[in-house]
Design a protein around this ligand. Structure first.
Ligand code: 8YV
Length: 317
């Protein structure tokens, strides 16, 4: 049986299946492993099933035992793994697409609604029981029939578009390339972000973190958005320049922000926490039981394929 280091607990259903197929080295305490622990614990392993919080940069990959042949990432995003360095070392890298599309798109909508309808302030006021109903109590922005910009029109972006149509929103998007009409479903393509942002009364960030998207919302580009725009990020913290965003939230340029992901998470820029117009969640995009089981199954499928000498369906390098 091939030996697999599993860096965090999986749901019971997934662990049962994994244990039937592999000699799985589990992390029963479910602690976040340090880099040194990762390297040490994987020494006698043929593969690693890891989560997005486990970083595998060039240096770490260089220190992995030659026995490690696959890194099966339990996440659709794989910016935590240097796929080129892995390839150079003969290590396959896989991700878990499709299975988390719906749950992540749901969270994007929750972020847009939570931010625009002032859910954080609302929760605080309700909890403190010191509010008086009035015609202008916590007035928010209404999504219905407004324009939604989607940055990154992959599976998740398209699922956000589908949901937003239920609100009567007009969908605009930017992507590396224009989608075919059957995938676009009437959404309006913008070949550059300046043009997309200019239309985005609401903006949903659903692109992967790549050298092209890191810091994409910055001092300069935030200015392209209409005054009072609402922004939601369910992708990766790196896409937003926090200092520029905080400044824009203070000035009112950005009416409100919804965040599920952060630069350097679980840490969050302290300045954000002083703002009332922020709706935040602790990286819950894929956090439903059905999705997490789907992610585990997908990672296990990839390991199974790999060790049966088939190219895993989700190999990304
Ligand atoms: C995960 C994610 O919660 O899939 C992704 O890219 O960001 C989330 O679904 C996390 O990375 C778990 O590994």
């Amino acid at each position: 049986m091939k030996k697999i280091l599993v860096t965090r607990n999986l749901l019971e259903e997934n662990e049962k299946r994994l244990l039937k197929l592999f000699d799985a080295k589990l992390n029963k305490e479910d602690v976040v492993l340090t880099t040194d622990q990762l390297i040490e614990l994987s020494k006698d392993c043929d593969g690693i099933l890891c989560v997005g919080g486990n970083k595998f940069d060039k240096e770490i990959i260089g220190k992995l035992s030659p026995s490690v042949k696959i890194i099966a990432n339990y996440a659709v995003g794989y910016n935590n793994v240097d796929t080129n360095s892995a390839k150079a070392r003969g290590i396959a890298v896989t991700n878990t697409p499709e299975v988390l599309t719906d749950s992540t798109a749901d969270i994007s909508i929750l972020l847009l609604l939570g931010a625009s309808r002032r859910a954080y302030e609302g929760r605080k006021a309700a909890e403190q029981q010191n509010w008086t109903w009035s015609t202008n109590l916590l007035l928010g922005k209404q999504m219905s029939n407004r324009k939604l910009g989607i940055l990154g029109m992959g599976r998740i972006g398209r699922a956000v578009a589908q949901r937003a149509k239920g609100f009567g929103m007009e969908i605009h998007y930017h992507n590396r390339s224009k989608l075919s009409p059957d995938l676009e479903h009437g959404a309006i393509y913008h070949s550059d972000i300046k043009s997309l942002f200019a239309q985005s009364e609401f903006l949903s960030i659903n692109c992967p973190a790549t050298p092209d998207t890191i810091n994409l919302l910055n001092e300069e580009t935030i200015k392209y958005l209409p005054d009072g725009a609402v922004v939601a990020n369910a992708a990766r913290g790196d896409v937003i320049n926090d200092d520029a965003m905080i400044k824009a939230m203070k000035s009112g340029k950005i009416f409100a922000l919804g965040l599920d992901v952060y630069n350097g998470e679980p840490k969050i820029n302290e300045e954000y926490l002083k703002l009332h117009n922020l709706f935040l969640l602790p990286h819950l995009g894929s956090a439903t039981k059905v999705t997490r089981i789907g992610m585990g199954d997908r990672a296990i499928d990839n390991l199974e394929d790999f060790f049966s000498n088939k190219r895993p369906k989700d190999q990304v390098n």
